[in-house]
Write a protein that binds this ligand. Sequence first.
Ligand SMILES: Cc1cc2nc3c(=O)[nH]c(=O)nc-3n(C[C@H](O)[C@H](O)[C@H](O)COP(=O)(O)O)c2cc1C
Length: 401
Amino acid sequence: MRKPDLAFTRRNILGFASGVTFVVGAGVIWRAKQRGVFGSPPNEAFAPWDLWNDPTLKGTPMALVAAGIVASSPHNTQPWALHVADDRIELLADTRRNLGAFDPYLREMHIGLGCAIEQMMLAAGPNGYAVTVAPEAGSLLALQDHTGIAKVATLQLTKLSAPTEADALYDAIPKRHTNRFPYDRAAGLPSSARTLIEDVSDEENVKLFLFDEGDARRRFDEAVVAATEEIVADAEMVEASQRWFRETTSEIVAHRDGLTYDAAGLSTFMTAAAKLVPVSAQTAHEAWLAQTRDRQLPTAPLTGFVAVRDRYDRAQALAAGRVWARMQLVAATLGFAMQPINQPIETVDREKQLGKEARSEARLVALTNAPGWLPTFAFRAGMPTVAAPESPRRSLKDVTS
Ligand SMILES: Cc1cc2nc3c(=O)[nH]c(=O)nc-3n(C[C@H](O)[C@H](O)[C@H](O)COP(=O)(O)O)c2cc1C
């Protein structure tokens, strides 16, 4: 008996090829969906952005907490835990949410906690509270245990007879996002921006250093690039950073923290490619170096440092964070963009941790030329070319007790 003809006729080949194309294409689309290539899906991970003035929280201490948890934090680690009572909020550091070799002394963690304090304080008046903050004193160097909870500050609340008028910085809370996209350097900054940034810091232990053009600015950029190169060559730092990268939609939904491709400041094409094809931590961080050197620094009309008297004083780290939070909120009210660019101080910590020659500190001293002031935070500012997206946040339930 004659078998059915399986000869490779043109028709068969075309049919087979289109079948394969369909299967591969469907696979790619399925994978792309899994990895969130088609934009960031609306999900619970972003819901806390709507809570800062939620009517059901209005006039309660929880409204302050809701404003605090959308604050900036290093690598979006959200290192906060909050004990909430009618007359006070205790802010604790969840030191397990540390950045390892990227932040060996929890200095950046404390700056992030300072950001949360500032946003809670801005929310106090409009929710009918007067607030005083009592930070825990002491040195970060004494905080050796990075596996538990450490008290950071108490916010003492007193009921006012009526809520105060909301101010512009409070209203800017949901608009504040870290913008890692290129800026429009030619557009400069709004005329009042520089003065408003400078006025933000009335803390006696915090001072700003700003750089726009000229030799000092060139050396600022060089210091950032050199530090980024050092980090990329340090496998332990790369690994520590990568641990907080959330690559897929399901990771974002599960963790509700960390860095995402959508917020990385990449072009639309690169964002889709990065989501679709996973790359190694090393490759990702080399791309970060190129982005810092070729897109972020050259497009920023203004850069700067927040400096303190003692980089490892816990209260001064919180104060620096409060200043950074206010600066970013000023930017949000005026419509300009800001991004921390902290590599030159991260390498100071790393050299200290490894007992290496303090080359990074020497770079900073040469730049600020101000004895007694130690940069603890670096940033850039400019008019945005792309609006920065929201980053995920853990829920109120997850961070309060
Ligand atoms: C202490 C500290 C250090 C940070 N360092 C950097 C940095 O070097 N580069 C960067 O792009 N973002 C940095 N960030 C921004 C955080 O990654 C960002 O706040 C977080 O991902 C949440 O995103 P959001 O600010 O848009 O809400 C830093 C934030 C803090 C508080």
